[in-house]
Design a binder for this molecule. Structure first.
Ligand code: ATP
Length: 934
């Protein structure tokens, strides 16, 4: 048994921390090695596996010898984390110090090593999340330094290195550099704008990474993943000792070592497994040799791509922390021992990390100025000056913009003040705001102002419509809509009333619910009918209109409340029905019929209800189903309608006379019974289905009514704000009002452009369907009536972005096995959509059009999959509005929006104000995709 040697942080080697002549500081230290023991997983628990390991203290783990013959030797590490330990603690004590050295110019690497399913990915996700948070906090707290963060990521899959940000560009090569070691050729690097951007990139890598199911792990990582953050920082002001650092932080999630016998691997998985094991074996050999302390001997870094890339982190210029993850299960004891043995070797490896001071090179060059070096320094300075000039320009532009926005806000505030006094009730505001809407989403002052301006854009819209007669017209239109809604509701409620009234009495509870429902329906009929004469005023007197309208305000709110009550009663009825059905299962068929809440007698009414103009059911097919389902078969002698009557009314209805008028007892009729009882059962099933379906359709209908009432409510309130601010302005009649009128059309136009840009950016960040983007983009071009659609789209997207970032923030443990699943699902869906659109390139574009587009979009002739290449380039640059416009036009052609010649309806972009987070899973923009059969 290999026993570990004590290696607490204090005993850790800090042999020298000295300054080199060039000014770089050197830190020689051993690799920080920790062990994390996870809890038994579901699989292990199901197999009644035993816990084979004990964490004796914060540094010691020991095998629990089941035979208790003799105590096993303990393994001692820098830290040992038990099964209940949080990832936060693992980060604080096992990675933070090393990770943050990248901020001070020292390369750092954190990696997780362990057998498959031991928790490497689980741990590295949390480590990355925490490190990112701390890095941004540090940057914020260090304003005297300027930081540039770059992100790149790769995976090594079956010994092939792939760029995770540019998977499409194929395998990347490794280049050897005498000074810097192994470099990954042309690895795509993105400059990080902020924490959200970084999370977004990490999400992309997760979605792109090779993952597969094995017998030990449903989501086993089949590749080694390296996320690299390059951090450059320099002092903002020149001082005596100008320092410029540059270092990388590597976050490495290795694939897990595995045994084919345990993972039941074959085919692809077996091949992956053997590559994984081979590269891990090289890693183990490198570590073992390094731990021997003889650096002079041959270290086989070059035997695998993993060790080539990580060379500087293994005994080189980097601070390194290794978190070894292990399973506690007895069935994995051998694998756990291997991991602990690897960990024991690793803690003996010494690294020599240096602070990478960029300026040191410059200073050296200045001390011995060669003409060429001097020239390059001057060029660099020139570039810097130009860049600063550009920044200055940009700052000036931003200042001007902020000033004009401030001016605008000042003017708009006045309008808003009036609107706030008599504006939407707090109840309405509550309903219309998404949760967390008031939280600051964007943190820059500019975006903050932009958001504020956007929130006021609805108000502004009111000020642009200065013609009172137009406003009165708008009020009338809405009232008309409200009246229609009331009429529709009344018609349907009448049907519903009849439906419920014809019900044959069931148990006590059902009877009571039905009576309550009937009275509720009556109640609604009273409030929802708005007398026509009160709707149409003669003169266009705004004040009168408002007073009249305000007096009606209660109507719609109470309609909504009452609809809610009806819905509750229906639900109650449905559950009572279900219970009575269950309890009657064992009773005679005749009793069963009695409990049905709706009878067949009303099938015509049901059709009426289903066909009502705002019913959510699709018209013809559903009605047909009802017709056939509910009809008594005509030519079936074995199942006369009497049988139904008999089964349904045996207690309450006297037996029917025969042809001669004589009454027959059930006994007399018994010869037909055996055959008919089968049919009776069948009929009862049909009744049951029909009744259930009826309840469902009524419930759906009521839900829809509620939604429509809500929308109407919203529109009414918008208009009310408009009218009120209009009136106020008129009363004030000051010069200021005139000034507002002059400036607003321009502001509205600007707001639209701003909103549109933000929507385009959010589409990009949230991986929204490009068909949806194209249709929306082409449909909403800045007409004032587009404002409400823009507002809704923005809200949805802002919610979605927050939702995605919340997923990113949430602890994976809270989310189960699939953190950030939705982000990856969106990326995957988008990928599939692009593939689908690529298939349409040949049929929807002529050969000439295709060639023209290939030339324009830089698709090389003779290249592979040119159609897909083209589609993959669409909607990829949210900053370039020309690119956006052209992308939308191409997608429109591929999907065929423009074929019918009719412009698409704006209504298809539903104005749904329901909060997306209320729904369990929000299906995003399914509506559009469905329409296009995507
Ligand atoms: N410390 C822990 N606490 C709770 N659950 C954990 C812990 N560690 C891992 N798990 C769970 O165990 C499962 C396997 O973890 P994970 O995928 O991280 O293993 P892995 O070592 O990366 O596997 P592979 O090498 O096959 O990719 C996951 O469902 C994960 O949520």
């Amino acid at each position: 048994m290999m026993a570990g040697t004590p290696a607490t942080p204090t005993s850790k080697l800090h042999r020298t921390t000295c300054s080199t002549p060039g000014g770089s500081r050197v830190r020689e230290e051993k690799i920080l090695v920790t062990v994390r023991l996870r809890p038994l997983n579901r699989r292990e628990q199901a197999m009644y596996d035993l816990i084979a390991w004990d964490c004796l203290d914060e540094n010691t783990i020991v095998f629990k010898n089941p035979n208790h013959e003799r105590p096993a030797n303990p393994y001692i590490f820098d830290k040992v984390f038990g099964p209940t330990c949080s990832t936060q603690k693992v980060y604080e004590e096992g990675a933070k110090d090393v990770a943050l050295s990248a901020l001070t110019g020292m390369n750092a690497t954190i990696f997780a090593y362990g057998q498959t399913s031991s928790g490497k990915t689980f741990t590295m996700r949390g480590i990355t999340e925490n490190a990112v948070k701390d890095i941004f906090e540090h940057i914020q707290k260090t304003p005297e330094r300027k930081f540039i963060l770059k992100f790149s990521a790769l995976e090594i899959y079956n010994e092939t290195v792939v760029d995770l940000l540019k998977r499409k560009s194929g395998p990347v090569r490794l280049l050897d550099d005498a000074e810097k070691g192994t470099n990954v050729d042309k690895l795509h690097e993105e400059i990080i704008e902020d924490g959200q951007h970084l999370k977004h990139l990490i999400g992309i890598c997760e979605a792109q990474r090779q993952v597969g199911e094995t017998a030990l792990n449903d989501k086993s990582s089949r590749s080694h993943q390296i996320i690299r953050l390059t951090i450059e920082s320099s002092l903002r002001e020149s001082s005596g000792s100008v320092k410029s650092f540059g270092a990388s932080l590597n976050l490495v999630d290795l694939a897990g070592s595995e045994r084919a016998s345990q993972t039941n691997a074959d085919g692809t998985r077996l091949k992956e497994g053997s590559h994984i094991n081979r590269s891990l074996l090289t890693l183990t050999t490198v570590i073992r040799k390094l731990s021997g302390g003889k650096r002079s001997g041959h270290i086989p870094y070059r035997d695998s791509k993993l060790t080539r890339i990580l060379q500087s982190s293994l005994g080189g210029n980097a601070r390194t922390a290794i978190i070894c993850t292990v399973s506690p299960a007895l069935s994995h004891v051998e694998q756990t021992r291997n991991t602990l043995s690897f960990a024991t070797s690793a803690k003996e490896v010494t690294n020599t990390a240096k602070i990478n001071m960029r300026i040191a090179r410059l200073e050296a060059e200045l001390r011995s100025p060669e003409p060429s070096a001097l020239k390059s320094i001057l060029e660099e300075k020139d570039l810097k000056i130009k860049q600063m000039e550009r920044e200055l320009e940009e700052l000036k532009r931003q200042r001007d913009l902020a000033q004009s926005q401030l001016e605008l806000e000042r003017k708009v505030n006045k309008v808003q003040k009036g609107a706030n006094q008599c504006g939407p009730s707090s109840e309405v505001v509550r309903r219309l705001s998404f949760p967390g809407e008031n939280e600051t989403v964007a943190t820059t002052p500019q975006s903050h102002t932009r958001n504020a301006v956007r929130r006021q854009s609805i108000m502004r819209r009111s000020v642009t419509s200065t013609d009172p007669s137009m406003l009165v017209n708008e009020i009338r239109k809405l009232e008309q809509r409200q009246r229609q809604l009331g009429d529709e509701a009344n018609r349907a409620l009448e049907v519903l009333h009849k439906e419920v009234a014809t019900h044959r009495l069931g148990n006590q509870e059902t009877t009571e619910t039905i009576a309550k429902l009937l009275s509720e329906i009556k109640d609604i009929q009273a409030v929802s009918s708005i007398p026509e004469e009160s709707m149409i005023g003669g003169e266009t007197n705004l004040k009168e209109e408002i007073t009249r309208w305000k007096s009606q305000a209660g109507n719609i709110e109470s309609l909504e409340r009452k609809l809610e009550n009806v819905q509750k009663s229906i639900d109650q009825l449905a559950s009572a029905f279900a219970t009575s059905e269950e309890t009657s299962e064992c009773k005679t068929p005749s009793k069963k019929k009695k409990l049905l809440p709706f009878t067949l007698s009303n099938s015509t009414n049901m059709q009426h209800l289903i066909r009502s103009p705002c019913s959510p059911m699709t018209p013809s097919r559903k009605v047909m189903d009802y017709e056939t389902e509910n009809k008594v078969p005509e030519n079936n002698d074995a199942m006369p309608s009497d049988n139904i009557a008999m089964s349904g009314r045996s207690k309450s209805t006297p037996p029917k006379s025969d042809e001669n008028g004589t009454r027959k007892s059930s006994k007399e009729r018994s010869p037909a019974a055996p055959q008919s009882s089968v049919n009776v059962k069948k009929m009862q099933r049909m009744f049951k289905n029909a009744a259930e379906e009826n309840i469902r359709s009524i419930r759906t209908y009521v839900t829809e009514l509620k939604e429509r009432v809500l929308k109407l409510q919203y529109q009414k309130n918008l208009l009310l704000c408009q009218v009120i601010s209009m009136e106020e302005d008129k009363e004030a009649g000051t010069d200021e009002t005139d000034k507002i009128d002059e400036s607003i059309p321009l502001a509205w136009h600007l707001t639209f452009e701003e909103d549109r840009k933000e929507i385009v950016m959010l589409w990009h960040l949230c991986h929204v369907s490009i068909t949806h983007r194209s249709q929306f983009y082409l449909l909403f071009k800045g007409d004032p009536s587009d404002q409400i659609y823009m507002e809704v789209e923005l809200r949805r997207l802002q919610w979605l972005e927050r939702h995605f970032s919340d997923l990113g923030n949430a602890s994976p443990a809270l989310l189960g096995d699939e953190p950030a699943g939705t982000v990856s699902a969106s990326i995957k869906a988008l990928k599939q959509e692009r593939e689908y659109l690529a298939k349409r390139v040949s049929s929807k574009l002529t050969a000439d059009e295709r060639e023209m587009l290939y030339a324009k979009w830089d698709i090389p002739p003779g290249g592979k999959q040119r159609r897909l290449q083209l589609v993959n380039k669409l909607w990829t640059d949210p900053h370039n509005m020309q690119h956006v416009q052209e992308s939308a036009e191409i997608v429109a052609k591929l999907v065929g929006f423009c074929e019918s010649g009719e412009p698409a309806s704006k209504e298809m972009f539903e104005l749904n104000f329901a909060c997306p987070s209320d729904k369990k899973t929000w299906l995003g923009w399914n509506l559009i995709s469905n329409l296009l059969n995507l």
